[in-house]
Design a protein around this ligand. Structure first.
Ligand code: ADP
Ligand code: MG
Length: 367
């Protein structure tokens, strides 16, 4: 097979719905994934990620909606006829089979003669950088190596699509980060389409071309990492991705700028472009801004906050300051390490400034 034939397939998920009794596990999901794209499904536990992936894999059949891979409607096609690669959290290698036989297993199921399937399995082992490990048994490999074997087994028959459900969550941090890069490299090398499920926002942001954020079976936002981080479309995404400060405010007027009243009695005129939601005078609203965008001291800014420091945490590359506004709202600032720290002790007062471009404004409601 040459590269042309083995490159990825496009996937169109349309109006996907899956009910378990009265639970809507997936509730009207639409996603188009381009051929060769790397998409992450990100959301808290129970948000429907696995159910979407299982529907694409063919291990679950939806209550309604369609799944089309390239131009073929696979919605009700059995899993074993879809030719999609799958890697789970628990890598489920066969313990009494050699590594080579484990990797060659999908080819054996497809009736490929032994010499040929062993040659292909050796190739797949080389792709995951474990050439020469074929003679060992799963118990003789580390967790990370076993997960790479599971990956080799999933790609050995050159699927058009690779589906991964929290494949790295059982690994410790360093190994997980190595494997993240390894999977990205493999994606670039093979050109296949990847859907990667994770509940870890930093994993999703670093690995994927685009991220779909899910909650209660519904997509909250879908877009490139940077877009999700810099302009979260709603309060859920704003709170779920990265760290975000929130302040409850009241809208006083709208127009070229939006005037909001802070709990301290101060007024901020934020640019109209800061409003992610449409807001109206008299309504409650919520200001959001990232801790790493804050500066220490007023520095001529129109947007300052007086806080009492409740914690000063030295965190290597950054200094984390946790302050409280007079009404008790907690505000975090992450400052590059080199700042002068002598005056920053618990109980001291400090002024934070917020750059205009960092401010986001959402309509009021539960965070
Ligand atoms: N086989 C099942 N039977 C009943 N409820 C299920 C089943 N599978 C999933 N659910 C429910 O569907 C929702 C979504 O589950 P799931 O897709 O596993 O979420 P995630 O992978 O994001 O944690 C949850 O409320 C879960 O309890
Ligand atoms: Mg899951």
């Amino acid at each position: 097979m040459n590269r042309e034939q083995t490159a990825g397939a496009s996937i169109r998920i349309s109006r996907l719905e899956k009910r378990f009794g009265s639970v809507f596990a997936v509730d009207g999901v639409d996603i188009y994934i381009a051929a060769g794209e790397f998409l992450a499904l990100l959301g808290p536990s129970g948000s429907g990620k696995t159910t979407i992936l299982m529907s694409v894999a063919g291990f679950e059949f939806p209550t309604s909606g369609n799944i089309v891979v390239d131009s073929e409607d696979l919605t009700y096609v059995p899993a074993n006829q879809r030719n999609l690669g799958m890697v789970f959290q628990n890598y489920t290698l066969f313990p009494h089979m050699s590594i080579l036989d484990n990797v060659a297993f999908p080819l054996k199921m497809r009736g490929m003669p032994k010499a040929e399937r062993h040659a292909k399995a050796e190739e797949a082992l080389a792709t995951v950088r474990l050439a020469g490990y074929g003679g060992r048994f799963p118990s003789q490999l580390s967790g990370g190596q076993q997960q790479r074997i599971a990956l080799a087994r999933a790609i050995v028959y050159r699927p058009r699509v690779l589906l991964m459900d929290e494949p790295l969550s059982a690994l410790d941090k360093n190994l997980r980060e190595d494997m993240q890069l390894e999977i990205k490299r493999l994606h670039a090398e093979l050109g296949i389409t990847v859907i990667f499920v994770t509940h870890d926002q930093s994993e999703a942001l670093t690995m994927a071309d685009r991220v779909a954020v899910l909650k209660d079976g519904k997509i909250q936002q879908i877009g490139p990492s940077r877009e999700l981080y810099e302009r979260p479309a709603n309060l859920f995404t704003a709170g779920f991705i990265g760290e975000m400060n929130f302040i409850d405010v009241t809208v006083e007027s709208t127009g070229d700028a939006t005037s909001v009243l802070l709990p301290s009695g101060e007024r901020w005129n934020v640019p109209a472009t800061a409003a992610v939601d449409t807001v109206q005078a008299g309504q409650k609203a919520i200001l959001g801004f990232r801790p790493e965008r804050l500066g220490l001291g007023a520095a001529g800014s129109d947007y300052t906050l007086q806080v009492t420091l409740s914690d000063v945490v030295y965190a290597g590359s950054a200094l984390l300051l946790i302050g409280k506004l007079p009404d008790g709202t907690e505000i975090r600032a992450r400052l590059p390490g080199a700042s002068d720290l002598t005056a920053l002790t618990r109980g001291a007062t400090a002024t934070f400034s917020v750059p205009k471009e960092a401010i986001l404004l959402y309509a009021g409601g539960a965070k």
